[in-house]
Design a binder for this molecule. Structure first.
Ligand SMILES: Nc1ncnc2c1ncn2[C@@H]1O[C@H](COP(=O)(O)OP(=O)(O)OP(=O)(O)O)[C@@H](O)[C@H]1O
Ligand SMILES: [Mg+2]
Length: 445
């Protein structure tokens, strides 16, 4: 930070009014100082050298040199400067190019003072944590995995001293085929729609038949199997390099390509993965297969929130009841498991109240039955929350994401990530420890 312990900011925008408004937005921030404003790319390059700001807020469209080129030119000589790109709606195609040029964040106008300030602070603090640029990702993906806004390249070491800690949300089907993967993938994208800077990673722990890659139309030669084969050497950067990045900015660590490799991904491997990912993401969304083995149990233990997916089918309802009994035996706090009713069609004649009464737990969100839309979405590899935002099913999943996001907000807003503030996390010490087998965990006390 510059003199006076403030983040020194240079604002670049060709419209004088915008520059003034941005200055006003930041006027009352004690830790941010606008050290200069520039009305063109040329002026920005000149002022960047002269003023040596910590962060530059850059408009993308400018008459002489565009924002992307300006960033490239400044970053070449002044690599310590952090860039935040601003655009208006409809210019988000530039996102990738901006990120490749060196921008760490991407703000779509209009944005709030809060969004602006948190972006500035985030890029600044990331720069403090990152002593040297990490190696380029080796991931093969639909998009070439640049650093995304809010999904930074992970530093070598976990940030110390109060870094964020992801909320781990796991989706567990009360029965196979209830739509667990569909809901998980769409929820991840919906979270990103809600909160453009959220750092989100999906970990596909349906280890034998993971569908996340297909559902998001992403391919990679890397998977969790690579983690298993290098367990002693992995760090956060290693994991980053195994991830594939969706166009939305959501990242994914995919299941092994062959079912035969599933057993390599042990409970120990997953624990290590979650530990390494937690400080670098806001949300870790984990897909699972319906089964209660040691690996799945480890995921459930690690989760802050378990989305227990049911349908109106009797076996699913029966299993959900059993699941709540297991959760109680495992010492999970009641609020940790949230019921989501999927494929709901009121014409089936089974009311939501009847289901809640039978399971004796409230349903968090009900998602409508829409076979055609979900089928098309999967076949096209485009989540329905993106392709059909107005569809009822998309709105319902958005609501689910909203609920999950609200659950995390208090710690974020306070600026003091507090692990004990996470749902369920305060009860972590209650978790039974040291009983290795599932049977022992459930019945051995
Ligand atoms: N709300 C919905 N309405 C109608 N069909 C749905 C809905 N959600 C999911 N489906 C469909 O249900 C089928 C199973 O979905 P999905 O693969 O997501 O379930 P799953 O529980 O993850 O299955 P598995 O146990 O195989 O992992 C798919 O054909 C999917 O399109
Ligand atoms: Mg599935």
């Amino acid at each position: 930070m510059g003199a006076g312990d403030k983040i020194r900011l240079l604002i670049v925008d060709d419209i004088p009014e915008t520059r003034e408004n941005l200055k006003k937005l930041l006027f009352f921030e004690n830790d941010i100082e606008v050290v200069g404003t520039a009305g063109s790319g040329t002026e920005a390059i000149e002022l960047a050298h002269k003023l040596q700001p910590d962060v530059i807020l850059m408009d993308i469209n400018m008459p002489d040199i565009d924002g992307i080129t300006t960033i490239e030119r400044i970053a070449k000589d002044l690599p310590h400067i952090q860039f935040i790109m601003m655009s208006v709606q409809g210019e988000t195609d530039y996102l990738r190019r901006s990120m490749l040029a060196g921008a760490r964040e991407f703000l779509v106008k209009p944005f709030t003072a809060e969004e602006l300030c948190s972006s500035i602070r985030r890029v600044y603090s990331l720069a403090q944590q990152r002593p040297a640029p990490p190696p380029p990702p080796t991931t093969v993906s639909e998009t070439p995995a640049p650093p995304f806004p809010g999904t930074p390249q992970v530093p070598e070491a976990a940030p110390s001293g109060g870094g964020r800690r992801a909320q781990l949300i796991c989706a567990f089907g009360a029965k196979g085929g209830v739509g667990t993967s569909t809901l998980l993938v769409n929820t991840a994208i919906a979270l990103r729609h809600h909160h453009a800077h959220a750092r989100i990673v999906i970990v596909d722990c349906d280890l034998q038949f993971g569908d996340v890659g297909v559902m998001l139309n992403m391919e990679t030669t890397h998977s969790l199997a690579d983690v298993a084969s290098s367990i002693d050497e992995i760090d956060a950067q290693f994991l980053e390099n195994l991830m594939v990045t969706h166009t939305s900015g959501v990242k994914a660590l995919l299941a092994p390509p062959s079912p035969a490799d599933a057993e390599l991904v042990t409970a120990e491997v997953l624990k290590r993965v979650f530990t390494l990912l937690r400080p670098h993401f806001d949300y870790i969304l984990v897909d699972t297969r319906t089964s209660l083995n040691e690996t799945v149990l480890t995921i459930l233990d690690e989760a802050d929130t378990i989305l227990l997916i049911i349908t109106t089918e009797i076996p699913a309802i029966k299993n959900a009841k059993m699941f709540f009994e297991v959760a109680e035996q495992l010492g999970y706090p009641e609020a940790k498991v949230k019921l989501v009713l999927n494929k709901y069609d009121p014409r089936d004649g089974i009311g939501v109240d009847a289901i809640q009464g039978s399971i004796r737990h409230p349903i968090l969100v009900t998602v409508s039955d829409d076979a055609r839309l979900t089928r098309n979405a999967v076949n096209q590899g485009i989540p329905f929350v993106t392709s059909h935002q107005r569809a009822q099913i998309a709105q319902e999943v958005m609501r689910l994401a909203n609920t999950l996001q609200s659950a995390q907000q208090p710690a974020e807003q306070a600026g003091q990530p507090d692990p004990s503030a996470r749902p369920g996390a305060s009860q972590e010490p209650q978790k039974p420890k040291g009983k290795p087998s599932l049977f022992g965990r459930l019945f051995g006390r």
